[in-house]
Design a protein around this ligand. Sequence first.
Ligand code: PMP
Length: 405
Amino acid sequence: AETWDIVPQAPPDSIFKLTAAYQADPYPQKVNLGVGAYRDDDNKPWVLPVVRKASHILLSDPTLHHEYLPITGLPEFVSGAARLILGDDSPALADDRVASVQTISGTGANHLAALFLSKYYQFDGERVVYLSDPTWVNHFAIFENVGIKQRTYPYYDSKTIGLDFDGFLAALQSAPGRSVFLVHACAHNPTGVDPTEEQWETIAQAFIAKKHYAIFDSAYQGFASGDLDRDAKAIRYFVRRGVPMLVCQSFAKNAGLYGERVGALHLIAPNKETATRVRSQLSVLQRSEISNPPSYGARVIALILGNPELFEEWKADIRTMADRIIDMRKRLHSLLTNELRTPGNWDHIVNQIGMFSFTGISTAQSKALIDDAHVYLTSNGRISMAGLNSKNLRYFAEALDRVVR
Ligand code: PMP
């Protein structure tokens, strides 16, 4: 027998498979709604004008070098990122009790958070994290890799194509005290369904009552509503209420820096002394994992965050992306409801938020969209709003109308 005989062949990543099938399809009107990245109205990747500008400034600086960053990242980036997500008036920042580390985008932040919890969180019973049903599929593997089991809590209600708020709340209340719950800060992936502000307040109350620990995954700040502060509201509310928590932050979507891997992990500690100890151990873990985080994207973001003019430009660019997505939602809703009179209620299309939308169609209907209309989407009926544009919207609406009739 050979050494690697025991290695089983892994199935291909389902999104990768979908993209490959889309690319191989010669049909001229084909539509890719599996894509997890923003596209402009011509279905092209979009470099934010402010990012282009910041890049030019950086690259024309003759003193710029390629030395290692500190283990915990570019200091201006890390502090700016913390202020961006926690708010200028954050009580935790005022108390200097946030341990922040630059990470390999949001995935790296989730991983470092999971690793840190696996080493230092005092699980009362089972080492388990509660994930929303459904969630970003990578969450399962990230916690599995560090030896933390995963359980799901009710989140999406297929009957209402909305939030199963009662189920979520009941899970928080019935889990053992001091359980770890991962929640999406905004623009829940894959459903596009978020709690309302009032519901977040009730959720925070349940965290406090059971002394649960919160992991906030923030991959879409600004991208959801078009407003950076609004999309951080739940996080800031939890900090004000004193829920023990950490935040995983990504700049992939809101700055269009997908491949540059810009992110941060922020652990909100009860006091400065604890934050200092936590930071020292995050640094130790980071050293063995990646030694030092990548510099380019962090420099771009640090420049934008540190310059009021560039910051205003960034906010406008974010609105450009969010507004286009919101516009696509409105137009799709109107086409289905007013024009095609497609059977069923489609209000969820405009009630959902962010890159993704759960359409509520079945696996068979999703498959029919691919096979009959060359519209590529995941089998759970999730569509990426970023894949829709003024040229393919009607084609998609008519195809959707056909499969649900
Ligand atoms: N969390 C969620 C919920 C996401 O949707 C994503 C991106 N799809 C990420 C984390 C991480 O993305 P990245 O590593 O590119 O920042």
